[in-house]
Design a protein around this ligand. Sequence first.
Ligand code: ZN
Ligand code: ZN
Length: 113
Amino acid sequence: MNEKLKPCPFCGREAVIKSSSDSRYYVMCGKCEAKTHKCIDKSDAVKAWNRRVEKESSLPVEYEADGYDDNGELIYDTAYCPNCRNEYEVYYDYHDNYCRKCGQKLDWRTDNG
Ligand SMILES: [Zn+2]
Ligand SMILES: [Zn+2]
């Protein structure tokens, strides 16, 4: 199996697989300090890196509209983490850049601004 390494989520540079002195593998960004923990299998290190990249790339939250305001506009007051479906109260929680439950980076923008 030959999974491809995604670019670094912090600086966008290419990542490389390294082996440590205790013959374990980890993935490290070629530019900044980002790296995974050490893994016994090379493919586990690649997977750990790619999982991290995915969590650091923000995904839009899934808004749920459950009413209309006085102007007939939909009110979005509930949102869900796209990764683990954790529920959020939009007015209280929209400052959270990362999901409290799974660590997914969240994008709170709505289509209409
Ligand atoms: Zn980097
Ligand atoms: Zn989550």
